[in-house]
Every structure is written in structure tokens, then in C-alpha cells.
Design a binder for this molecule. Sequence first.
Ligand code: PLP
Length: 434
Amino acid sequence: MPDLAIAGGSAVRTKPFAHWPQYDERERRGVLEVLESRNWGGYPFPNKQAALFSERFAGHQDAKHALCAVNGTLTIEIALKAAGIKPGDEVIIPAYTFEATAVPVLRLGGVPIFVDVLPDTYCVDPEAATAAVTRRTRAIIPVHLAMNMADMDAIKDLAAKHDLKIIEDCAHAHGAKWRGRGAGSIGDAGSFSMQSSKLMSAGEGGVVTTNDDEMFELCQSYINCGRASQTDVYGHRIVGFNYRITEFQAAILLVQLERLAAQTELRSARAARLAEGLSRIPGLSLLERDERQTTQAIYQFVFKYNAEAFGGAPRDRFVAALEAEGIPSDGLFYEPVYRSPLFRVDPRDYPMLPITSGGGLPWQDARCPVAEQAAYRESVWLPHQLLLGDERDVDQIVEAIDKIRCNVGELLRADHKLIKIKGMNRAERPRFDA
Ligand SMILES: *Cc1c(COP(=O)(O)O)cnc(C)c1O
């Protein structure tokens, strides 16, 4: 009788983990109040719920201003637009991130320049970013991910030296703080996602934050069809779109924000226990915690897998076995964007991209070995809701991993379609867990 669930044995965990997203009577009441008010939309901008939420969220992240928009991809675009990114401008982006960090640069006619990440944090390598600066570089988008924040001290130095704008991609960083300052308030602007899986959710939604009054006015104009705000004294207009969110979403976000601090604390406590448990298992290692990051946001708990300690079983095989044990987990969570099927750009659609002499895209020869090692061989990602239950939940994650390690022979022999699925890019992966 096999032990491992992937080989036909019984799973460590059969109960689901905590639900995500969470809601209670407060969201129910908020949505119903908006319904009955008949004031549903985002106009006038910002409307009542959205204005209230924006003010509170800005305060929560230590930013002077916040504005809601329809999603966290567009809030990156909005921030880049307000930062003055023009066709042909280069924007430095860590290769290891969601494709949505880079797509807004293309939409504005800019050129994403991919640089590697640090092996200890998976966030942008400031030296690689420095080496990528040219006279066309206008901005950098540090992405805070894998429980870490990008080294904002180094990024700020770099930006000051070369006169670059900093747009923080905070899609994983609700509540995170660097030297006591909220993510999204350190660079020129920040972008948050309120999509279903994120640390706060209205199903969809995005928030752009900034301390800069002029950028704020440009952002609000871009979101609200190009209109000026009541407070605008600058008078420069840009052709705008309708990127407003509904009052239903803002009402939900108001409650989600009330819950965030307690959830952040609970996840940190569970993560500490999980880290402790994993540190006792040979062949696994944790990312480093930079002391300058004073509050951690945990959107995904990320650790490193060393195949050699597991009889040479590739990471995706391990992740598939973990999933079979009842622990939702992922390996190929992100690909280096320049290799991702979600980023197969047709150069005819982006005439501002400098095409190589061989007719290729500017990043066709990109090589970011740390990002590739993380993406294809080493990283394991556990969704944050696994950390919102009790201690027993965490102990079962450790138990499942330990069980896999103790049954490496079965792991190596297991032949299951889950392994193949787990090794596919998310874009091509069928949903088997629905
Ligand atoms: C989710 C995410 C985005 C985009 O947010 P959406 O609201 O889904 O458009 C951007 N960057 C990163 C790193 C993300 O995880």
C-alpha cells in the first residue's frame, strides 16, 4: 500500500483550508445599502463610498492620496501615464513578476527592460537595475513579492541619481511597511490590486497611491474621462478613459480594509510557525527577511525546494505530490515575463519597440538566471489563506512535506497527470481544482 497520496495512498489533509475571500454581515450590509441608495456607479468621481475608502486606504499605506480604478493592471498604467511615460521610453522591471507589471508599459508605447531579481528575496536586484539604465530610461517598477519588499533604499538612490520615476507594484503588499512606511508611499506612486485572490478583494479593483499632488491630479483625470477634479490647480489635461469602480466594490473594500490588520498579524504568526516547521526539513530553505521591512505582507508563503535532497525529483513533481496531499500549492507561479506565453508580443502591434537587427523583440535574448532558477526549479508558493486557519492547518502542511521527503522512492516513481499540469504555465493549465 503506497503512502503518498499521489501514488494512491491517503492524503494528509482532506478538509479545505480557510475560505478566500472572506465576508460577513458588514459586506452584506454595505452592498445592500449601495443597492438601495440607487447610487451605484463611480460618477461623480470619486463617488461617496470610493472617496471614503480612498481616504482610509491612503492613510493605511501612509500615502497622501489614493484613487480607485477598475483593476491593478490599469493602476500601473495610470501611474506610468501620470509619471509622463511616453512612446519609446524605457521602464525597468524585474523579470520575475506577473505579466501585468510589464503590459502597461507596452500599452503606453514604452519598452520594458527586464532585469534579474535577488536570490534571497526574489525582488528586483538593484545592481542589475543600475546596469540596465540608459539615456532612455524614465522609470522603474519595483515589485514587492514573495513576502518581501524590494530594497527601496537602493531603488530610491538609483532613481535620484538618474532622475527616474518609481512606480511600486504593490499587488502583493497591502499592509507591508518599509522602515515603518507603507508600501505605495515610498516611490512616486504605488499600484494595488483588489482582484479575487489578493489580500483585499472586491472581485476586481485597483488603487493608485501617491504623495505627489500633481501626479494625483493627472491620475484622477486619467481615470475619470480626462475631467479636472475640484482641487486641480495644474490645469494640464490628458485624454482620459472611464476607469472608475462601482460603489458596490468600494463598499466591500471598506470592510475588507477593516479586517486587514488582524489578518496580517494572524498570517505572520502562522507563517512564523510554518517557517519553523520547514526549517527542520532538509532540502528546503526560506527566503531572507530584510530587517528594514518592518511589516510583512504575505500574499503567498514562498520557500525554496532543493531537488537533490528529494532524490532528484523536480520541483513540479514535489508540488504535485503536495497538492495531492491536500495542500494547495504552486511551483510555476510566475515565469520570467520575457519567456511567458502571456507575453508573446506581436511587434506589429507595438511600433515603438526597437526591433533587433534580426527582426526580434528587444528582450528575446534576455537571461535572468536567478528568476529562471526561481521559476522553473526552486520556488514553491502557498496561498495566503492557508495561514488564516488554526495552528493545526500549518502543522499539516509541514507534515505533508515531511511525508513526501520520507517517501522519496514513491515520489520518483509516481506517474500522474497532476505532475504535468503543475509544470505548465498558468496560461495553459486547465483548472483541475475547481
Ligand atoms: C495581480 C497583480 C497585478 C494586476 O492586478 P489585477 O487587479 O489583476 O489587474 C499586477 N502585478 C502583480 C504583481 C499582481 O500580482
